[in-house]
Design a protein around this ligand. Structure first.
Ligand SMILES: C[S@@+](CC[C@H](N)C(=O)[O-])C[C@H]1O[C@@H](n2cnc3c(N)ncnc32)[C@H](O)[C@@H]1O
Ligand SMILES: *[C@@H]1O[C@H](CO)[C@@H](O)[C@H](O)[C@H]1NC(C)=O
Ligand SMILES: *[C@@H]1O[C@H](CO)[C@@H](O)[C@H](O)[C@H]1NC(C)=O
Ligand SMILES: *[C@@H]1O[C@H](CO)[C@@H](O)[C@H](O)[C@H]1NC(C)=O
Length: 429
């Protein structure tokens, strides 16, 4: 499966985002007034080009003094055109200068072998599957984007064994099962998903070994050699690990390397200044990476851009939130958070820098799942699109959005995106 993943197509570093603090709801429907207004104004995004073409045609065939009235008439049919530009175009603008998007450098510039076309084909197939999910309201768990990402990656890699850490009610177990109907799963989670069945929907898999309840053992303490023998796995490179347990991702990476695993997916790859655990996105946010490194200087372009974008996107952070004591911007305010923020440790910039160098030294592939569709289509209001990859279905492509069945889904399922990442790692140079 390893070979399938590799190709030497260079990944394009694009953008970056952030999800919530802690284990809070990712699919809740909270809308800030400003973003609600943005949504309203961008709802008709896909017809703007036609509106504009129409307006231009009218303008060029009219006298100058007439045209002003005509522009005003068409503008009022879709709202106030100048406000539309301000909330729509600027809110969606991805060229945000000093914000940029950090990217983890891999050893040999390898990237994944799948293309946008593969992702689009996958989406078409996945939407009807997602509609049959047993847990419709997965508050505190995965929404649509990450469910799709996990399903797509698992199905592409075709592992011999899938291991997940952090199952909650079992939605991600269900996603893995949809991707690979006959592949064994090991699910590590303190509370057995069957416990949730009493209160409402949950998913318990028939071919899954649960390290849950009294059998719970943290991923880092499992005797993996023994477990691999039991499952007759000879090559740990044939195993896919999915982490959604809100632990320091550097810690998890080291544990996975020690056990010899090579294919890792991290659900919550939080942006700098956000989240409840140290993430790869945070680790790779360094001055030497394009778009990486930050300034705590209050009178800077970055400070201005950040405070403006915070008005549009709930998860965007301004310079006051970004920077902790001593102008520490890395991690979350200079802290390396762990275990749902139950533990956090201030680290120096030098340590933070060393962490990224370590990650780069073991990284063969770093691939952030793009959001499935742009915010004018999904009406998501949480993550700043300027801090995320370009979406699979770009803004304005409503026809495609609809054709893929995405318009049938509730808006709230698009709110949980936190740049889920697939890593391929190895210790050899
Ligand atoms: C965000 S939820 C997982 C959501 C789930 N993957 C889904 O698709 O809905 C995080 C889960 O991690 C569990 N957890 C907490 N500490 C853990 C640990 N050390 N190892 C594994 N899971 C842990 C929590 O009990 C919770 O069920
Ligand atoms: C994380 O923990 C720190 C230290 O205990 C605390 O100051 C901070 O408010 C916490 N953040 C969140 C989002 O819980
Ligand atoms: C249109 O927006 C501009 C700038 O926000 C504002 O000054 C003007 O009053 C608005 N007009 C209407 C009709 O809302
Ligand atoms: C478990 O997987 C095996 C092999 O694919 C299959 O024969 C069996 O029916 C599955 N059991 C359940 C309970 O799904």
């Amino acid at each position: 499966m390893l070979e399938r993943v590799l190709s030497f197509r260079r990944a394009s570093p694009v953008t970056d985002d952030g999800d919530g603090e802690g284990d809070e709801s990712k699919t809740r429907k909270q809308l800030y007034p400003a973003t609600r207004f943005t949504n309203y104004m961008t709802r008709t995004f896909h017809i703007w080009p036609f509106l504009l073409i129409g307006v231009v045609l009218v303008v060029v065939t009219s006298f100058a003094y007439h045209s002003r009235d005509l522009v005003c008439i068409s503008a009022s049919s879709s709202g106030n055109i100048s406000r539309l530009r301000f909330f729509g175009f600027e809110g969606l603008e991805t060229d945000v200068g000093s914000l940029g998007v950090p990217w983890c450098r891999s050893k040999h510039d390898k990237s994944v072998e799948w293309t946008t076309k593969d992702l689009l084909e996958g989406l078409e197939e996945f939407v009807p599957i997602y509609e049959t999910r047993p847990i419709k309201n997965n508050m505190y768990g995965m929404g649509f984007d990450h469910s799709f990402g996990l399903w797509f990656i698992a199905r592409w890699l075709k592992p011999e064994l899938m291991i997940e850490s952090g199952a909650f009610k079992g939605h991600s177990t269900w996603v893995l099962r949809q991707a690979m109907p006959d592949t064994p799963i090991i699910s590590i989670t303190p509370r057995h998903p069957e416990k949730y069945l009493k209160k409402g929907p949950a998913y318990v898999d028939g071919n899954c070994t649960y390290f849950a309840g009294k059998d719970f053992v943290d991923f880092g303490s499992v005797d993996w050699e023994k477990v691999m023998k039991k499952h007759e796995i000879k090559d740990q490179g044939e195993v896919l690990i999915f982490f959604d347990d809100h632990q320091n991702e550097l810690k998890r990476l080291k544990q996975a390397l020690k056990a010899g695993f090579r294919h890792l997916v991290f659900e919550d790859n939080y942006d700098t200044g956000t989240g409840d655990h140290y993430s790869f996105r945070q680790m790779c946010d360094q001055f030497y990476v394009r778009g990486g490194g930050h300034s705590c200087f209050k009178d800077s372009d970055e400070a201005r851009v950040r405070s403006r974008r915070k008005k549009f996107w709930e998860k965007a952070v301004d310079i006051e939130e970004l920077c902790g004591p001593g102008e520490a911007w890395w991690g979350v305010r200079g802290q390396m958070r762990d275990d749902f923020n139950h533990s956090n440790k201030a680290i120096t910039y030098a340590e933070h820098f060393q962490n990224s160098r370590f990650v780069e030294s073991v990284l063969d592939v770093y691939w952030e799942l793009p959001p499935v569709a742009g915010p004018s289509l999904t009406h998501q209001t949480r993550y700043d699109p300027a801090r995320a990859q370009s979406p699979i279905v770009e803004d304005g492509r409503y026809g495609l959005f609809q054709r893929l069945g995405l318009s049938r889904l509730e808006t709230s399922v698009f709110n949980g995106y936190t740049q889920m990442v697939y890593l391929q790692v190895s210790q050899e140079p």
